[in-house]
Design a binder for this molecule. Sequence first.
Ligand code: ZN
Ligand code: ZN
Length: 585
Amino acid sequence: MSSIKVMDEVLANTIAAGEVVERTLNVVKELVENSIDAKSTSIKIKLTDAGVKEIIVEDNGIGMDREDARLAFLRHATSKLKKVDDLFHIATLGFRGEALPSIASVAIVDLTTSQNQVGTHVVVEAGTIKTIESCDLQQGTTIKVRDLFYNTPVRLKYLKNLYTELALIVEYVNKMALSYPSIKFVLINNDKELLNTAGDGNLLKVIYAVYGIDVAKKMLAINGENEDYVVSGYISYPEVAKTARSVMTTLVNGRVIRNLELNRTILEAYHTYIPKDKYPIVVLNIDVDPILIDINIHPQKMDIKFSKAETLKSLVTDLITKKLKEVLLIPHANVRDIATIAEVQAQMPLAPPKSPFEIEDVVAEVKPEIEEVTFDLETEMPPSEEIPTEYRIKEMYPVGIVHKTYIIAENDDGMFIIDQHAAAERINYEKYLKALSAEQKDITNLLVPIRLEFSKDAFIRLKQHLDVLTSIGIQAEEFGDNTLIIRSHPTWLFQGYEKESIEKIIAIILEHGEFVKEKFVEKTAITLACRLSIKANDYISKEEMKYLLDNLRKCENPFTCPHGRPTIITYSNYDLERLFKRAMN
Ligand code: ZN
Ligand code: ZN
C-alpha cells in the first residue's frame, strides 16, 4: 500500500517557493534530507566534479515500495507531510516532495529502492519516467543524479564554479553530521574522501572528523539549563578560532538554525579572547518547547525567533564565560593549525580553479591529516589543565628577553614566552575598564589647567557630550572660542601622558556619534591601554619584567590582549622533552 498522498493545496502553496533547484547543493540537500526522513543510519554521498557530473546518495533507510517510487517523481506527492503543523520539519529539512520532480526535470535520475523485499528501479529523464522495473537490493535507497542541468544553459555556469559548489556541499554535509551524530555520513568527491563520521552518537567524534584532531582536543563540553531552555554542546579554546563564521553551528531541537542574535551572544562571550575577525568553533544544541519559537521559512535558509530570548542569551553567556574561566588557556607553542575548507577558500585568490581537476588538490590539502593520531576519543577528553587556586596562571620568573619584545620566563611547569606589549596592554585594559566603570572617582585637581583647542565643528559636537567627560571624572569648561579648559582628571590617567590621554578620550567621543556608554568605556579602555602600554622594542629591566608577569597573572583574562591576540604561549616541560627527543611519543 502506498503511504504517499497527494498533498493538500494549502501546503502545496506554502512550500511552492522551494521549487527551484538552483545549485548542486540543493540537490544534495534534498536527497540527504530524504535519507534522514527515511530513518537511515548511514548516508553516503558520492560526487563527481562537485556533483555537476554525478551525485549518488546511498542510504540504508526504510526504502520505498513500487508505488511510492513512482509517485516520488510527481509534483506535490509526498508521504512525509500531511499537515501544515509539520512545518518545523519542512523548514529545517528542505521542501519535502517538491524538489525531487524538479531535480528530475533537469537531470537524469536513476533510483533504486527497497523495503527489503523486491526492489524497484526507476529511471527518469527530463521529467518523464523511462524505466520502472523490479530489481535486487537490500533495504535502502540509492539515487543517482547524472548530468545535472544537462538540458539547460545553467550547466555552463556551474562548470566554472565547481569549487564554490563543492565548498558549499562540504559545509552543508559537515553541519548535517554535527546535527546527527548517530548517522554515519560519508562524503566523497572524485574518489577523495572529504568526510567520514562514525555515526555512533558521539558529537566530539564528529567534531574530530570535521575539524581534525587539534581542534577536537581543544573543545570544552558545556551544558546547562534554565526554566525554558536546555543548552548543551562544545565550545573551542580561543586559540583554535577560525576565520570562517560557519564554524559556529547552532541547533534547535537537533536542527541547524541561523540566528544572528544567538551568534552575537556567543561572540560576545568570547569578547577579547579572540580577535575581531575570528570565530570560535562552537556546536550548541538548544532544546526548547516548540511553542517558544517562531520559525521564518525561506527556501534557502531558516531563521528562528525565540520568545524569552533574554533568558536564553544569559544562559548561553553564563555557560561560555564560566567554562572559559575554568581552564588554563595558554596555547602550547607546537600546536598545528588545520584550516577548514571555507578558510582555505577565503584565503584563495578570487578566481576559481580553471579546470574541474584542480579542485581535488585543493580539497585534499584541506582534509585534516589523521594518520598519526594518538589521541583516543573513546576515552574521555584529557582533563583540562587545572587552574591555580588564587590566580589563573602560576607564578613565572623572567629569564631574559628576545628581540626586546618577547619575555622568556619559567616555572615548574615549563617555559613561557610573553609578548611584552600584549601583556601590558591586557593589564592596563582591565585597570582602565575598572576605573572607567567605577562609581567612585578619584580625582586630581590641576593647578595648571590643560587647554585644548578644537575646530569649530568638533567643538560644537563635543559640547553636547561634556557630561560624558564629567561622568569619568574629567572636569571640562568652555573657555572662549573653540577652547576647552580641563580642571581635573581621574587619578588613574597615566602620569606624564595626561594631556595625550584626554585628547584620545575626546577623539573617541567625537568619533562615536550615537552614544552608548558601555561601548565608549570599552573603546576608551582599549585605546588607552594600547597607546600607553610598553611597546615592542621598549627596553624593560628584569624587575619590570617580573612586575609585568605578576600583574598579568592577576588579570581576569591573562591569556589574550584586548584585541584577542595571545599574551602568552608555553612550551611545557613535556613539550620540551619531546622536542629534544628526551621523551618519545
Ligand atoms: Zn596594542
Ligand atoms: Zn592588542
